[in-house]
Write a protein that binds this ligand. Structure first.
Ligand SMILES: [Zn+2]
Length: 126
């Protein structure tokens, strides 16, 4: 069973991962968030994520079987569902050693979920 944590904003989400609570917005633009893909660490530029201003963001921590999520006030339930489908896809085994293959696996879960949502919306006249 995955644990779900909701953050108030994306910056807070990143700062918790970085464990640098006093970091300013400017410092966020020059720092990386370091994740781990199960085999090796990797880096994501924080400013890239902050600039893209996503409505939802998710990250799964495989060893702890935990999915961390950020949901902005602008996100709707379908944004959250598709993001969760993507992250649950990452939780499925096997975990591919090549990052792009692993991302494709998660993207397939997301695509299937989006299709199911579209079908449900059409059936419900939404
Ligand atoms: Zn992914």
């Amino acid at each position: 069973m995955a644990e779900v944590i909701k953050y108030d904003n994306l910056r807070e989400c990143f700062l918790l991962f970085l464990n640098k609570p006093d970091m300013t917005d400017e410092e966020c633009r020059t720092h990386y968030w370091v994740g781990h893909n199960g085999t090796r660490p990797y880096r994501i530029r924080i400013d890239k994520w902050l600039a893209s201003n996503p409505k939802v963001w998710g990250w799964c921590e495989h060893k702890a079987r935990t999915i961390h999520i950020y949901v902005s006030p602008e996100a709707d339930i379908f944004d959250v569902i598709t993001m969760m489908a993507h992250e649950l896809g990452h939780m499925q085994r096997p975990r591919y050693p090549i990052d792009s293959d692993e991302e494709k696996k998660a993207a397939n879960y997301e695509k299937v979920t989006k299709t199911a949502i579209d079908i449900a919306k059409e059936m419900m006249g939404l």
